[in-house]
Design a protein around this ligand. Structure first.
Ligand code: FE2
Ligand code: FE2
Length: 371
């Protein structure tokens, strides 16, 4: 997550950069057909988008895209490791994978189901709200092109995201336990990852085929990877919403952002607790190590320290405060795209997919609060 806010150029220049870049490639309207009315997002910075300001519509569109992405991969988790019902239909469950996940908590299947349900409601609500205001919603269905898991229990349908080659950055673990550093104030602070091995390769978080159901320690490593991925994703959402909310203009748009954001935090808070229960092991097939975090000693890795440790906030001269971090608003949408891309979530996606996602992020980052 340090990278989530790192190496970003001025968002004010990014829209024109991408506009020029795509125009040069002859693909200036690559993403336009993915907005329901077919209107390009380019060149609308000062224009209204329905009854929303262009900036508010751009912020909500990026949130909608993020929620569609979340819905897509959470459904993959639910099909194999969650509860199968009419509320979240699709798969038929993998008893062995579900059993491995339950080593993290007996209620994992329920939590996976409910997190999945939440993401679908976020995506549907945001797109419906945009439409109700005369603004374009987001449609990523043309990018449902990736073959997913063929393990028993998967629906086998095509996916937008890839859960089978993940590189998971678990530095949030120590970022939320550090009382010394906040990446907003200390951009060069070093937050060691809880599971360094997850940053050193590509790992499946769901069984890719039934061959992944054995040996037992391999399947448990896949379930552990999922457990850490859940928290990694949801802490990203925990940052995204308050970071974008700072540039919302309309009070109702602000209300939407500060009402959805805390549910991402509720997810994160649950998942970091469960990740701490992941059994320590070494995957015999690839050497991936899940360490015994409590054996390290000290508070930085202790698994039951799940409340955000107070840290510097706004100014080092002010008292430390227990807060979400980072929440710096500048470049946040592009940082999230980088974060998700580096995670491997989009491995196999098309150039047009990245162009659209970058366009949506650049526009959201260019939004200015109007008062
Ligand atoms: Fe969400
Ligand atoms: Fe979420």
């Amino acid at each position: 997550m340090k990278a989530l806010l790192g190496n970003l150029k001025s968002p004010a220049n990014r829209r024109s950069f991408i506009k020029k870049g795509l125009a040069a490639a002859g693909t200036a309207t690559a993403g336009a057909g993915l907005l329901s009315s077919g209107i390009s997002l380019f060149g609308q910075n000062q224009r209204e988008s329905g009854s929303l300001s262009q900036g508010d519509a751009d912020i909500l569109r990026f949130a909608a895209a993020a929620e569609i992405i979340e819905s897509d991969f959470w459904l993959q988790y639910n099909e194999l490791g969650g509860i199968q019902d009419s509320e979240v239909p699709g798969g038929s469950g993998s008893p062995l994978y579900t059993g491995a996940l339950s080593r993290l908590d007996a209620d994992m299947a329920q939590y996976i189901h409910d997190n999945t349900d939440d993401e679908f409601t976020h995506a549907k609500f945001l797109n419906a709200y945009l439409t109700s205001k005369g603004a374009d919603p987001v449609n990523l269905e043309p990018f449902r092109t990736l073959p997913g898991s063929t393990a028993t229990g998967s629906s086998g349908k095509l996916r937008i995201t890839n859960l089978m080659q993940l590189t998971v950055d678990t530095t949030w673990w120590t970022r939320y336990r550090s009382s010394d550093a906040n990446p907003d104030l200390n951009p060069n602070a070093n937050f060691p990852p809880a599971v360094p091995g997850l940053l050193a390769g590509q790992f499946a978080a769901i069984p890719r085929t039934d061959a992944d159901l054995a040996p037992k320690a391999h399947l448990q490593a896949i379930a552990n990877t999922a457990g850490f991925h859940f928290a990694t994703i949801e802490q990203g959402g925990t940052t995204l919403y308050p970071a974008m909310a700072q540039r919302a203009s309309d009070v109702e748009v602000l209300r939407i952002l500060i009402s959805i954001g805390p549910t991402e935090t509720a997810h994160f808070q649950t998942w970091q607790d469960k990740a701490g229960n992941a059994p320590s092991l070494t995957d015999p097939t690839n050497g991936l190590v899940f360490p015994n975090l409590n054996a390290f000693g000290g508070e930085l890795f202790q698994t039951n320290l799940i409340m955000p440790e107070p840290c510097p906030f706004i100014s080092p001269d002010l008292p430390k405060c227990s807060v979400i971090r980072p929440t710096n608003t500048e470049g946040i949408a592009m940082a999230v795209v980088t974060f998700l891309t580096n995670m491997g979530l989009f491995i196999g996606q098309s150039k047009a997919f990245f162009q659209l996602l970058n366009e949506l992020a650049a526009n959201a980052d260019a939004a200015q609060r109007q008062i």
